[in-house]
Ligand binder design. Structure first.
Ligand code: UDP
Length: 141
């Protein structure tokens, strides 16, 4: 499988619960490398732009409210099949439906406060990574 990069966001609920390190450990233990990272307080415009694909959905305003409710920890993860591997580690969008042992099953409360974001395709990963990090701030290793 090819070496890929994917964008991971540890959302405000998980940052507030002080489980950033525990979540990053899941990625590293699974063989993914952190090649860029920062703690960021998103503006409304940044959160709306990031989730623009969901702009017409009924949950959009609540999603933006939630994403600006506190700082988020944004990372680029790199490794074999990183996009799918990250999605598998995250679990289903609704933590009640997420498999046992996944990040969302273990750290998330609800479908709207669900601990993590992960790119859903290599194509979207490239767009999402560029949204947060210039190429010069991604340290492939
Ligand atoms: N979301 C929500 N209500 C829903 C569906 C989604 O609040 O009914 C939020 C949730 O935080 C989710 C995000 O919108 O993580 C993006 O939705 P998507 O379907 O892309 O899920 P993901 O890729 O994050 O699993």
């Amino acid at each position: 499988m090819a070496i890929e990069r994917t964008l991971s966001i540890i959302k405000p609920d998980a940052v507030a619960k002080n489980v950033v390190g525990k979540i990053v450990d899941r990625f590293e233990t699974a063989g993914l490398k952190v090649v860029a990272a920062k703690l960021v307080q998103l503006s409304r415009a940044e959160a709306e732009g990031f989730y623009a694909v969901h702009a017409a959905r009924p949950f959009f305003k609540d999603l933006v409210d939630f994403m600006v409710s506190g700082p988020v920890f944004v990372q680029v993860l790199e490794g074999e099949g990183a996009v799918l591997k990250n999605r598998d580690l995250m679990g289903a969008t609704d933590p009640k439906k997420a498999d046992k042992g996944t990040i969302r099953a273990d750290f998330a409360e609800s479908i709207d406060a669900n601990a993590v974001h992960g790119s859903d395709s290599a194509e979207n990963a490239a767009i999402e990574i560029a949204y947060f990090f210039p190429a010069s701030q991604v340290y492939s290793r």
